[in-house]
Design a protein around this ligand. Structure first.
Ligand SMILES: [Zn+2]
Length: 350
């Protein structure tokens, strides 16, 4: 079983003011939790638990026009966050500085066609693709542009027969975002760079809505491209080894912008869950020296250092084979996986 999240945009005309009102009620619950647990701490030197908060908020669902379950989830989330931050008090939430978020359990919503009903209110969706599997939990969320979405977490059965026999090594890069050991390269424009001018212009003119729209557009294109590339990869290979390159190290170099743009984290997580869903395997392999080692003879004869990132093709001084830099790295990552490759959390090994 895999858990997939489906996200649908709610039609503005039907989200109306209702979701904003509910979002406001959630802020109210959150702030109440904040206040009451601070008071309890000052008086008795104890931090209220989620259970305490559930008791304190019980019976308020009618007045708040939220389901009792939603209120409980907000209390629980409050306590989780407080623990994570190791603080006695968290930031206050308000319509102005917090994005709307309304959690729910499947039992409290109804999805029929393109309409979701929650607490007696109906919201219509742009149903871009059908929901598969059983809905378990979900939430309504708002983005920075004030648009509302419904997120449905569904348990989906995994497909059991892998008809693929290919093993692929994968090198994540800045120019070639994804290079595979079989020579296929998935490449797209650097989106941050392509939209740089438009973005800078709207920022200079202090057009906030326009800026947010451009940022959302970049994020959408990147996400869409990544989905297509990762789907194509898992359909080809049953075993995938990804190089363990660290974006945090590269962020400290002149390649900061390109590193953010590459979105390696997204590529990784998508390959993981998609591979698992198709009964494949995705593990992390050692990427050390992968770009300077010749995948044919094993000599470390490739171009070195950050300046060598510009070199796309090189010839091995030892055996004379010419390599495409990233494909060669991907081949090494695949070859090195045994023994040194470490499985990533939650991913099973065959
Ligand atoms: Zn060689």
């Amino acid at each position: 079983m895999s858990v997939l999240t489906y996200k649908y945009r709610i039609k503005d005309s039907t989200s109306g003011t209702q979701l904003a009102k509910m979002g406001g009620a959630i802020h109210y619950v959150w702030n109440y939790c904040n206040e009451v647990s601070l008071l309890a701490f000052r008086r008795d030197k104890v931090l209220l638990s989620a259970y305490d908060l559930h008791k304190l908020t019980s019976g308020t669902s009618k007045d708040l026009r939220l389901s009792a379950d939603t209120i409980q989830q907000v209390c629980t989330e409050y306590v989780t966050r407080r623990k994570q931050c190791k603080k006695i008090k968290l930031k206050w939430r308000s319509q102005k500085r917090s994005l709307g978020w309304i959690p729910f359990k499947a039992a409290y919503i109804k999805l029929r066609g393109d309409t979701v009903t929650y607490c007696g209110y109906r919201f219509r969706l742009w149903l871009s693709r059908p929901v598969a599997g059983d809905i378990k939990t979900g939430s309504f969320t708002q983005d920075a542009r004030g648009r509302w979405y419904v997120n449905l977490q569904c348990a989906v059965a995994d497909v059991t027969e892998p008809a693929r026999h290919l093993e692929l090594g994968i090198d994540l890069g800045l120019t070639n975002q994804i290079a595979c050991s079989d020579g296929i390269i998935y490449r797209r424009d650097n989106l941050t760079r392509t939209h740089q001018e438009a973005l800078a212009k709207s920022q200079r003119a202090n057009k906030k809505t326009r800026t947010k729209a451009i940022q959302a557009k970049i994020a959408n294109i990147r996400k869409d491209w990544t989905h297509k590339a990762t789907s194509a990869i898992v359909r080809r290979a049953h075993r995938i080894v990804i190089g363990d390159v660290s974006s945090t190290k590269l962020i400290k170099t002149p390649f900061t912008k390109s590193t953010y743009d590459a979105g390696w984290g997204m590529v990784r997580s998508q390959l993981h869950y998609k591979a698992t869903r198709l009964a494949g395997v995705c593990i992390e392999g050692n990427a050390m020296f992968s770009s300077v080692t010749c995948s044919d003879c094993g000599a470390r004869s490739g171009p070195r250092g950050l300046s060598a990132l510009g070199v796309r093709e090189w010839r091995c001084l030892d055996c004379g084979v010419t390599h495409e830099r990233d494909v060669n790295a991907a081949k090494n990552i695949l070859a090195l996986r045994t023994g040194r490759g470490t499985p990533i959390k939650g991913i099973r090994l065959l």
